[in-house]
Design a protein. Sequence first.
Length: 365
Amino acid sequence: MTESANHVITEEVVLNALRAVKDPDLHKDVVTLNMIRDVSICGAIVGFRFVLTTPACPVRDQLKFEAEKTVMAIPGVERVEVKMDAEVPKARGSLDKAEIAGINHIIAVTSGKGGVGKSTVAVNLAVSLGLLGARVGIVDTDIYGPNVPIMMGGRDMPMVRGEKIVPPIYHGVKTMSIGLLNPGDKAVVWRGPMLTSAVSQFLRQVEWGDLDYLVVDMPPGTGDVQLSLAQMVSIAGAVLVTTPQEVALSDVRKAHNMFEQLNVPMLGVVENMSYFECAHGEKYFIFGNGGGEALAGNFDIPFLGAVPIAVSIREGGDLGVPIVISQPNSAQAKAFNQIAQNVAAQVSIAAIKANKALPVLNLKK
């Protein structure tokens, strides 16, 4: 008689054991978080689906290892088969803001001033999330200076289906920008109300389909577009992009304060152009050292990561091939990939907090 025959392995036994495995970001056990699904038991073999809150989970491998180890420790278990999966939870939006059908989370990428690489971060963030398995779109709301089409290699005029604009797909990411509708060097000369109308159309009259994340490349500063976006839809959170130098940090503080006033969660800070690394490995902190991380600490928000400066980032942007595609093993691409995982984790945390905080209305009488 085998050892497994002396022990009764049930779904309850498996789930009780897995309550010891906790998500380090969400600070709850994986059973309470409903991450363990479809438990099957065949003799001494236990199988289940492990459903993460994002395909870009930064602790995916750690959680899988701990779950396998925990179940293997159950008396009688000889093999564990874990199928990793992901379902991005949709946060219930604010009661006074309309949701966009099919879009789970809107991520605003913003900066206090221009020239800090905000669009570069937005593009590489969107593509990285897509490479990690998420359904992603990017919308360029920088109406006066739309750079996303160039950086994504976009040259196609969007199609129209019925009353909806069909966004072209570049590098696996659905993309919309005024630069696709107004190609060439023709300037866009619009007043504030027209900007607001354009942003609304990009959100509601584009056939986005089902998306886990819609990344919004915001114009720099604190103007009409930022205010309109925050008033129109529920934003999962804002990513603040800065360089280490004080000039940029001073302006990003204003952006942080604006989003705080608009009750938009802060996902964290990205420090771009953090340092330059020579071929022999020595680092030069051209714009200062540690300013972005210190800023995040002062605001008590996450530091999402630092991206070293490199010619290859600029070249990829000019050619329309983001560095996470063109040089996936470079230090810059790895930094963007880690930032994408950190952003996804913060979005999941914010969504779960929002779902707990908002009241559940019983409209039945």
